[in-house]
Design a protein around this ligand. Structure first.
Ligand code: MG
Length: 260
């Protein structure tokens, strides 16, 4: 099952996508079970939004063996967590805006884990029950600011730095999925979720012992080797086997008053 969010006549709603490009509307968020509405649409007729509305996004640092190797860093003993604000979220087709404050804005293609039930201090063996599904995530990062700051709040937190989509796939085993990132059609990242240090189930379990995960919250599970910069005018695509393809253009903010 694939779950989308979209707008029709300016109104946002959830929907279920069939095997083709047909969408059946849902009357509410899908986390407590699907309640179908009356409307049907074609994918080509609607504007897709990010497929969920996270109260928070939990990012994971250094969670691919090949990426840690690329940076010459030791594998972590436990997941390294950081938070991204909900205001960073954009959907498929949305524009990533490079802030004037940064001179290097990178893509990071990642598997996004979407939480389905409130999870607090859960057992590892129950973790699968708390995962609603998976999506593509681009953990856009102002690399120069990440190096300069101790916290990742600024480097990962700019508006538009959390593209999510195009939909949530609810019935897939996340254990061995190819994950790729393309910049202007050229493949820059190519790995497999087998390279994850901590798998999605362990991440949900681990984070739940720190904070309550809410339905719709997203965990950005880390990026593989091959990170690199983007420029205004570029197009970036995160492609995950069996999940989908998240495409975003890169732009600037345009005319703006002087900032800090
Ligand atoms: Mg990342």
């Amino acid at each position: 099952m694939r779950i989308v969010r979209y707008t029709v006549n300016g109104e946002a709603r959830y929907g279920a996508l069939d095997a083709g490009d047909g969408i059946r509307s849902l009357t509410a968020a899908p986390f407590d079970g699907l309640v179908y509405g009356e409307e049907r649409h074609r994918l080509s007729e609607v504007e897709l939004l990010a497929p969920c509305e996270p109260s928070k996004i939990v990012g994971i640092g250094l969670n691919y063996r090949d990426h840690a190797g690329e940076l010459g860093l030791e594998l972590p003993d436990e997941p390294m967590l950081f938070l991204m604000p909900d205001t960073a979220v954009i959907g498929p087709g949305g524009t990533i805006r490079c802030p004037e404050m940064s001179e290097r804005v990178d893509y990071e293609g990642e598997l996004g884990i979407v939480v389905g039930r409130p999870a607090f201090r859960i057992r590892l063996e129950d973790a699968a029950d708390y995962i609603f599904g998976y999506t593509c995530f681009n953990d856009v990062t102002a690399r120069d600011l990440q190096v300069r700051d101790t916290q990742f709040t600024r480097s990962k937190g700019f508006d538009t730095f959390a593209p999510i989509g195009p939909w949530i796939v609810t019935d897939i085993d996340p254990g061995a999925l190819d994950i790729e990132t393309y910049l202007n059609g050229a493949r820059k990242q190519c790995s497999n979720t087998r390279q994850l240090v901590f798998d999605p189930f362990y991440l949900v379990y681990f984070i739940s012992w720190v904070m309550t995960l809410q339905p719709g919250d997203v965990i950005a599970s880390g990026t593989p080797a091959g990170i690199g910069p983007m420029q205004p005018g570029d197009r970036v695509e995160v492609r995950i086997q069996g999940v989908g393809s998240l495409i975003n253009d890169v732009g600037a903010w345009g005319e703006a008053p002087a900032g800090p």
